[in-house]
Design a protein around this ligand. Sequence first.
Ligand SMILES: [Zn+2]
Ligand SMILES: [Zn+2]
Ligand SMILES: [Zn+2]
Length: 436
Amino acid sequence: MDVEVELFTSEKSGRGLKAKRNLNPGSTVLSSEPYAYLLSKKQKGVYCDFCFKKQDGLLQCSGCKYMKYCNRNCQKMAWNEHHKAECAALKNVMPKRPPDFVILLGRLLWNMQHSNSAKLPEKNSILDLESNYNKLSQDQKEALMNFLVILHKFWSPKPLPSQVKDNKMLLELCARIKNNSFAICNEELQSDVGTGVYLNCSFINHSCEPNCVAEFNMRTLKIRAVKNIAAGEEVLISYVDLFAPSFERQQELMSIYRFQCTCNSCNAKTDDDQMMQDFDGKMTESKLSSVKDTLSQMEELRKQSDYQKIKVLVEGCVKRKILPHENIYMAKVLDFGMDACIELGILTQAFEFGSMALFSYKLYLHANHPMLGIQLMKLGKILLHEEKNQDAMQFLREAFKILAITHSPNSSVLTELQNLLGQCSAEMQNLENSLD
Ligand SMILES: [Zn+2]
Ligand SMILES: [Zn+2]
Ligand SMILES: [Zn+2]
């Protein structure tokens, strides 16, 4: 284990990690490479399958014609690390493609078979992680069994690693992956780039009031402190999106991780009433489901890059005053509006939508939440494009205060932010000089 944290066991939450010394906001608590990982199907051709770099014109593997890499070097490293056997297996089932989960499982089994101490930087084994298999619903168990049927077709005739003795153990391994994998997001926090199993980081327990956040730099996971953590205090991250009322967080935690969160925020249902606020009291169930429909409609439109339609939908919601700004679903709607208008180059309107959403971000997220930093940065960038330099500077500085804590100095987000700050102060200087 790293020097900053150590493993401990408590009656309440089982195993967890606690700080060995006092940690400040911005400290890296833990850094980890994935034990097994996979780029998600919908991002194929956008990011390199090996290093997760975003690039146009990726090279396709000539064997399976499925994996795509940013250069020969990544292709070679992937081949040696996990792709050799996988490529043959993928070729065997062509033109069918196994589900992502099955490919990830195949890689994990391959790593178990072939990992020696050199391949495994961390001392823990995948079998040390919690599986919660017995807590799964019948449907969930059946879904895992279906994956195994596909796995046996896809991965045969390769033998299983010696640690996995029978199908029951294999099922438990699947449950372990489901229970412990991280959604790998890009630095702008879209959470659908890929999935990774990170051994050490999996011991970190959940809280809706976490003192740490996860940062992904391509496929490397860093756990960074966002609050002061005292020596001996437990290190906690959130497994779910915190921009949601407690019942939604609880639903997600129960369905995926099979536990009930008992953090202060869940117990007190902090902010729930305000998050669900309508103009005249709490929003009704029917209004909730109708705004959720609108959100999934916009999600679909975003996949099709139909930003014009998203813009029209958001304008409609604002004009009809469907919900007040502080309502969390309205903030999500406005966010779609901001991103769509940025894509369409309609910056004044993008700022209008984005700053309305910012109001809720500030209301519900903790002061160092990365989503808040990213939102401030987007708004600062818009202001800079519109040559409102003084306002831009204020937003960008506010963004920097947060993102310097949540992101590594060499991350592309911080590099871009520093460039924007430099550009902004240069333009302010130019203006001053021209006035002289
Ligand atoms: Zn690459
Ligand atoms: Zn291949
Ligand atoms: Zn909670």
